[in-house]
Design a protein. Structure first.
Length: 134
């Protein structure tokens, strides 16, 4: 439905090696550290060392942010249809159906519970400042 992220995306910070870029995209796609290291052609220890660097963290956060924005755009494109279905369920004559629909909407929104996961800074300098205790 939406475009796939590629190595040419602006979400990557300049200065990463091609291997680091491969690892960033693997991690952002859900790969484990072992899988990401393998895909990048490096050891798990090398990947661990990269993950400690603010530039790598910022690039990974940037790709994750870009993914979230794509998913949000896709959800928004479908939301009108989904909301119409939920509205019909909320207007149902069946009390149980209305309750289930209302509960579902409230639970899945995540807004009431503040359950949207935080994404760290996408700037290497901000990550470095945080690591230094600022």
């Amino acid at each position: 439905m939406g475009k796939q992220l590629t190595k040419n995306d602006d979400s990557l910070q300049a200065g990463l090696t091609p291997e680091q870029e491969l690892a960033v995209f693997a991690l952002a796609s859900g790969a484990s550290d072992t899988q990401a290291a393998s895909q990048a052609g490096v050891s798990r220890q090398a990947l661990w060392q990269w993950r400690q660097k603010p530039e790598f963290q910022a690039a990974l956060n940037g790709v994750r942010q870009a993914q979230r924005e794509q998913w949000q755009a896709q959800a928004e494109a479908l939301s009108e249809r989904a909301l119409a279905i939920m509205a019909r369920a909320l207007d149902s004559e069946d009390d149980a159906m209305r309750y289930k629909a209302a509960s579902f909407v409230l639970e899945k929104s995540g807004l009431l519970a503040g359950s949207l996961p935080k994404i760290g800074p996408t700037s290497a300098s901000m990550i470095a400042l945080t690591q230094w205790g600022f």
